[in-house]
Design a protein around this ligand. Structure first.
Ligand code: UD1
Ligand code: CA
Length: 465
């Protein structure tokens, strides 16, 4: 029978070696704060409640993760890992299942590993099950001291004998306990040790004294339990996470030209036969279809992108929807609310915002389209601007199907351009244009014969004097 599961995440420490004004657990791995990453692992196991123990920068941690439905517990003084867990007792009052203990600075754990830990814990009926790792160099870690009937003791490096220091099986700091039993053991802890701290690891000896069984499960890949203490390790963890995500996409049929230099968020979905070049950043809730090409320096955030879309170098797209077979960029900026119906071309130095653009319409160069609705087959000439803002309000521009807009046109919104009409280049359009009309709005040209030549002569005489 499966018992209920709750999770406690230790995250009160300062993280001095990060040399940072923000708490360590808010530094990002895989595009999200480490603590969120760990919360997600706990959630994947259906742990409830999820209780982060916070201390340093508590308010910032709380406000950053406010929407994640967590039960925060504040540990005012960091008196040790045992004390940290003790602080959660009131929050877990009445809970009598298994208690998973995680660390906010160990972000690479896999769900499958914790499922094995849970299965082992439940199968053996242990009071405590710790996740352990074999280390070539175990320096600094707590050592696992095994006896004939399971684990006898975890001894910290600073408290260990020379013989104990030879042990290479270390405590990763991830455990399963039984609530409320563990809180009874915690009450018996003291801080008479080399660091003057209340050690969570001492729960092991307390459980053994009470005649309980303590188990250890060796993790297959020690990399998963890597703790982050400084920015070098932060970058290493980020790199490992990136490799995991990218490998997943490669196996699903996505070509990554250089996976080490391709940055894909954890929630991004990509269809097969899509080709992603180095330096692309795909972020947030982005979905990309099949057979697309994403070129270097493209940044996509929270977009839905269809099939056979070509995003050319340096383009930036946010909160936009791109239909099939569109070409965007190079260096186009598609801001929130852009919707391209399909087969559109948005060329270099074109910016769009809240722009709904019909099938096959195109704006190939140097244009701003904001607060606008364009029909099908509209051609927007180079240098066109929708003047949507009078300093106070925003106004709509509507351009119906099959309109041809000459270069260097300004639309002074609100304005509607009727279907099939043609706008002469250089026009400043202030009034609606009826369907199929020609609109030209620029002052007429005047040619003054010989003027330039006369002017040149006059100037050269003055300079002779
Ligand atoms: C701890 C273990 C050690 C293990 C190692 C794995 C103890 C006594 N030792 O040692 O056996 O090998 O982790 O990395 O538990 N924290 C709090 N409040 C506190 C103290 C710590 O929230 O009062 C948090 C820290 O922010 C950190 C985690 O607990 O996230 C571990 O604390 P840390 O001081 O790094 O423990 P270690 O000495 O590394
Ligand atoms: Ca540590």
């Amino acid at each position: 029978m499966n018992r209920q599961l709750a999770a406690v995440i230790l995250a009160a420490g300062q993280g001095t070696r990060m040399k940072s004004d923000i708490p360590k657990v808010l530094h990002a791995v895989g595009g999200r704060p480490m603590l969120s990453q760990v919360v997600q692992i706990a959630r994947a196991l259906d742990a409830r409640p999820v209780v982060p123990v916070i201390g340093h920068g508590a308010e910032l941690v709380r406000s950053t993760l406010h929407s994640e439905g967590l039960t925060f517990v504040v540990q005012d003084q960091q008196l040790g890992t045992g004390h940290a867990l003790q602080c959660t007792e009131p929050a877990l009052k009445g809970f009598s299942g298994d208690l998973l203990l995680l660390c906010g600075d160990v972000p690479l754990l896999r769900e499958a590993t914790l499922r094995s830990l849970l299965a082992h814990h439940q199968k053996t009926g242990a009071s405590v099950t710790t996740l352990t790792a074999e280390m070539a160099d175990p320096t600094g870690y707590g050592r696992i001291i095994r006896g004939p009937s399971g684990v006898e003791l975890i001894v910290e490096e600073k408290d260990a004998t020379d013989a104990q220091r030879q042990v290479r099986e270390i405590n990763t700091g991830i455990y399963l306990f039984r609530a409320p039993q563990v809180f009874a053991f915690l009450r018996r802890l003291d801080n008479r040790n080399a660091q003057g701290e209340y050690y969570l690891t001492d729960v092991v000896a307390a459980a053994r004294q009470a005649g309980e069984r303590v188990e250890a499960l060796l993790v297959a890949d020690a990399q998963e339990t890597m703790g982050i203490n400084d920015r070098v390790q932060l970058a290493e963890a980020d790199c490992i996470m990136r490799r995991r995500i990218n490998t997943f996409h490669q196996r699903a049929g996505v070509t990554l030209v250089d996976p080490a230099a391709t940055y894909i968020g954890q929630e991004v979905a990509i269809g097969p036969d899509t080709l992603v070049h180095p330096g692309a950043h795909l972020r947030g809730r982005t979905t990309i279809g099949r057979a697309c090409e994403i070129e270097p320096g493209v940044v996509v955030t929270d977009c839905t992108i269809g099939d056979r879309v070509h995003l050319k170098p340096g383009s930036v797209l946010s909160e936009s929807t791109i239909g099939n077979a569109c070409a965007v960029g190079p260096m186009a900026h598609l801001r929130p609310g852009t919707v391209l119906a399909g087969n559109n071309k948005i060329g270099n130095f074109v910016e769009t915002k809240k722009a709904v653009i019909g099938e096959k319409s195109q704006a190939s160069h140097l244009t701003y389209i904001g607060d606008a609705t364009l029909g099908k087959n509209v051609n927007i000439g180079c240098g066109t601007i929708t003047c949507n803002y009078d300093g106070v309000n925003k106004y709509q521009t509507t351009i119906e199907d099959d309109v041809f807009v000459g270069s260097d046109t300004q639309f002074i919104a609100p304005v509607t351009i009727g279907r099939g009409s043609l706008i002469g280049a250089g026009s400043t359009i202030t009034r609606d244009v009826p369907p199929n009309a020609l609109a030209i709005a620029r002052s007429e040209q005047k040619n003054i014969e010989g003027w330039a030549e006369k002017n040149r002569k006059k100037k050269s005489k003055t300079s002779e004097k």
